[in-house]
Design a protein around this ligand. Structure first.
Ligand SMILES: Cc1ncc(COP(=O)(O)O)c(C=O)c1O
Length: 402
């Protein structure tokens, strides 16, 4: 056990124990375990939290992305553009929906899909057939159907230019908001702040326990402003039926459990406060680490985003050594993610090599996630920052001495 954990999941559940147990009692009293009022209540509340019209509860974030892609009309053999610097679920969902993955590099400051690289990809690799309105990958002749920007670490991608490119080429946008519950984006185009999950055709959320809003097990949701999409996703999650035993198509068993939904409703009431606390801890980390002689690159919160710091990720030159140094001091850390997806064994068949996505590769080699959770105390945070600074300073003096 680390003295300072990377994440504390025990304390919030102890604090909310009575309310969480009441949810179980409610479910036991009416045996409503699948669907029903608790799921519908949570869907209404979460849609409202995201400023979206509809929310469809599903069994995981991975299913949320997959069902959103299917409902958006992805067809077997289509291509979906996304980033390689994300959790594999983003691309698993693409493959599971029958589509192919096209990777585009990230922006080095926000670690999210770079709109300029997206444009370059389209201009150099694709052809737009204005008669059919289809964007085609020249080499494979596949249709590019959509884009999945990932709001990684709780920071939104730069959505205005991404949505503009998507509209120009007739592509749908599914936001992977699995790490970004409550994150906001300032749209210059609409002169308004927007919530993650309210900007694309749909937004996919994970409620994996460690997320900013986490279930006590597996759960996910899809938000959308499109009534037909919502209806379609409800059918896909429930064996293709809108009415029991009347199946319009084959679907999945991808529903959200009622008890999980009830627990999520309890926790949702605390989410704004928890996010605020993560934001203030992040700003404190920025200040504390600013003294590390520039050896530590802290996250940049771009002017167009209000991040919710699902993770607090810094960049250092020798991150394995820093991770070992912090472990020695009893401080938990994580690496999100050590190997970019395009270089993973699972995607060998795509034929990528080192150097294909230089920013992604550079970032993946240097990132390390420091402890970040709403109950992290200032004392603990100072201790983390002091250890990071000590490490960084010892490295700088070692280089100067050699
Ligand atoms: C960026 C991203 N996408 C998708 C997922 C998949 O979510 P889940 O684990 O709920 O299937 C996750 C969460 O683990 C994630 O972090």
């Amino acid at each position: 056990m680390n003295r300072i954990p990377f994440l504390d999941l025990v304390t919030p559940h102890q604090e909310l124990e009575a309310e969480l147990l009441a949810v179980v009692q409610r479910a036991f009293s009416n045996a409503g375990f699948i669907g029903g009022p608790m799921v519908e209540e949570f869907e209404r509340e979460f849609a409202s939290f995201c400023n979206a019209k509809y929310c469809v509860g599903v069994s995981s974030g991975t299913d949320a992305i997959r069902f959103a892609l299917m409902a958006a009309g992805v067809e077997a053999g289509d291509m979906i553009v996304t980033v390689s610097h994300t959790f594999i679920a983003t691309t698993e969902a693409i493959s599971q929906a029958g589509a192919h993955i096209a990777f585009v590099d990230i922006d080095e400051k926000s670690y999210t899909l770079d709109p300029k690289k997206l444009s370059q990809f389209i201009e150099t690799r694709c052809e737009f057939d204005s008669r059919s309105g289809k964007l085609i990958d020249r080499e494979s002749k596949r249709r590019i159907a959509g884009i999945i920007p990932v709001h990684l670490y709780g920071q939104t991608a730069n959505m205005d230019p991404i949505l503009e490119i998507a509209a120009r080429y007739n592509l749908f946008v599914i936001e992977d908001a699995c790490q970004a519950h409550g994150a906001e984006y300032f749209s210059k185009k609409d002169n308004a702040w927007k919530r993650a999950g309210s900007m694309g055709k749909a937004g996919a959320f994970s409620f994996y326990p460690g997320k900013n809003l986490g279930a006590c097990g597996e759960a996910g949701a899809i938000t959308t402003n499109d009534a037909a999409m919502a209806q379609q996703m409800k059918m896909i999650r429930d064996h293709g039926q809108a009415k029991k035993y009347y199946h319009d198509m084959e679907g999945y068993n991808g529903r959200l459990d009622a008890i999980q939904a009830g627990w999520l409703s309890v926790k949702l009431r605390h989410l704004a406060k928890w996010n605020e606390s993560r934001r203030s801890l992040a700003h404190r980390y920025h200040d504390l680490l600013a003294e590390a002689n520039g050896a530590v690159v802290t996250p940049l919160e771009a002017s167009w985003t209000k991040g919710v710091y699902h993770l607090y990720v810094v960049r250092v030159r020798d991150r394995e050594a820093l991770q070992a140094y912090l472990a020695e001091a009893g401080i938990g850390t994580g690496i999100h993610y050590p190997i970019p997806l395009h270089l993973q064994k699972a995607y060998q068949h795509l034929g990528h090599k080192n150097g294909d996505l230089p920013v992604t590769e550079r970032v993946a080699a240097e990132i390390i996630s420091l402890p970040m959770f709403p109950g992290l105390t200032h004392r603990q945070q100072e201790e983390v920052a002091n250890n990071v600074k000590e490490f960084a300073t010892s490295r700088v003096s070692a280089t100067q001495g050699s």
